[in-house]
Design a binder for this molecule. Structure first.
Ligand code: PMP
Length: 389
């Protein structure tokens, strides 16, 4: 049977990690893989996480199965953080998933169950896994170029055109904050226009919220999501704790369904659990238990929030340093989250890495957490040498 399979392309970011590690040069900068890094270039276990793990080690007395919905205390404790302290809890159901990826996959399968062959409108560039996840759940992806990388601007007319071209019931994928890979988010006026269009055209928003707290803080980063949810009758939210709790490999996420119709919401909730059952039976516990322990404790929550503020400030400080180091890079200071995506060819990205030791994805995506403010001059020098500036 295996002879019928075709070889799949290797993951270029993973190859980049290996190349960086093997690079003997004394000076090199890793702007490649999308994880937070501190001043020492490490991706540390957060203090709040370590404390919660200690507590779990001492107090956890069973590892019996929980069920396809995972740890519902974890799911419920996140709700006020995502939906606001005063959200209508009756309108939201959720399930724990293996990371934001699991939430996206489960949401895609739920959509496919309800509306076989549904269309998902995806503004590009986007996280490279979005389209394959939707397509592998048998949905049709309709993409539209919504960011002009040469101008580093959203082409909002393209967004409105896409929303006008979509048919009632089509799904609109939206990055809740900290857009990956561009760092370019809609402003509040644009979000309001999107919300009005979603209502007018009866479209279903699927919000991917994978970086809450890494843009302008937990509350500000949730504002667009809350604005959309206030406007529409139904929505899906795929959430990841893997970045804002630094839990990447533990695979911590949740899928939330929002609806004004309580009866339908209950049925959709049951469908979500059935789909989880046939996909992974139940999600891995440890990471979600850590988040639960943190959010159950006012003290640990305070420590986590403080660490997140520090992480966010560091990334935004790096943005400011790079923006200030060349007049053509000023836009980087206005973008948010870990990433910016410069307009460049693959050859240029490869040359930056081979000739200058500045590693970034071959799409031109840079992880701003991978640098120190003192690296800005070397990055600018390399970009200038390769004709990008
Ligand atoms: N959505 C976006 C936009 C992402 O960038 C990522 C991770 N890179 C995910 C979802 C998935 O996150 P997780 O690692 O929790 O599966």
């Amino acid at each position: 049977m295996f002879e019928k399979l075709t070889a799949q392309p290797a993951d270029s970011l993973l190859a980049l990690i290996k190349a960086f590690q093997a690079d003997p040069r004394g000076y090199k900068v890793d702007l490649g893989v999308g994880v937070y890094r501190d001043e020492q270039g490490r991706t540390p276990v957060m203090r709040a996480v370590k404390l919660a793990e200690k507590q779990l080690l001492e107090t956890q007395d069973s590892k019996r199965y929980l069920g396809p919905e995972g740890d519902l205390n974890f799911v419920n404790l996140l709700k006020p953080i995502i939906f606001g302290a005063t959200h209508n809890a009756g309108n939201v159901v959720g399930i724990q998933t293996p990371g934001g990826s699991g939430a996206l996959r489960l949401g895609a399968e739920l959509i496919a169950s309800a509306t076989p062959g549904a269309k998902v409108w995806l503004g590009t560039p986007s996280w490279p896994n979005h389209a394959p996840i939707f397509e592998s759940a048998r949905l049709t992806v309709k993409d539209y170029r919504f960011v002009d990388l040469a101008k580093q601007q959203i082409d909002f007319d393209r967004v409105l055109e896409a929303l006008d071209a979509a048919q009632a019931g089509d799904v609109i994928l939206l990055h809740g904050c900290c857009h990956n890979p561009t760092g370019i988010d809609f402003d509040i006026q644009q979000w309001k226009q999107i919300a009005a269009k979603l209502v007018e055209r009866k479209l279903l928003p699927f919000i991917d919220l994978a970086y809450q707290g890494l843009g302008d803080g937990l509350e500000a980063d949730a504002e667009p999501t809350r604005l959309i949810l206030e406007a529409v009758d139904e929505a899906l939210v795929a959430y990841s704790c893997d970045k804002n709790f630094g839990l990447y490999r533990e695979r911590v996420g949740a899928l939330y369904l929002v609806s004004r119709n309580a009866d339908q919401l209950k049925i959709a909730d049951g469908n979500m659990a059935s789909l989880a059952r046939v996909n992974w039976s139940m999600p891995p516990d440890h990471g979600a238990a850590i988040v639960r322990v943190i959010l159950e404790s006012a003290e640990l929550t305070q420590i986590w929030k403080q660490e997140l503020v520090e992480m966010c400030a560091r990334v935004n400080g790096n943005r400011a340093a790079l923006a200030a180091s060349h007049p053509e890079l000023g836009f980087i200071a206005n973008q948010r989250g870990l990433f910016s995506n410069l307009a460049m060819s693959k050859e240029t990205a490869v040359a930056l890495c081979h000739k200058h030791g500045i590693y970034m994805a071959d799409s031109g995506r840079m992880n701003l957490a991978g640098m120190q403010p003192s690296d800005a001059a070397a990055i600018v020098k390399a970009l200038s040498a390769e004709g990008t500036l």
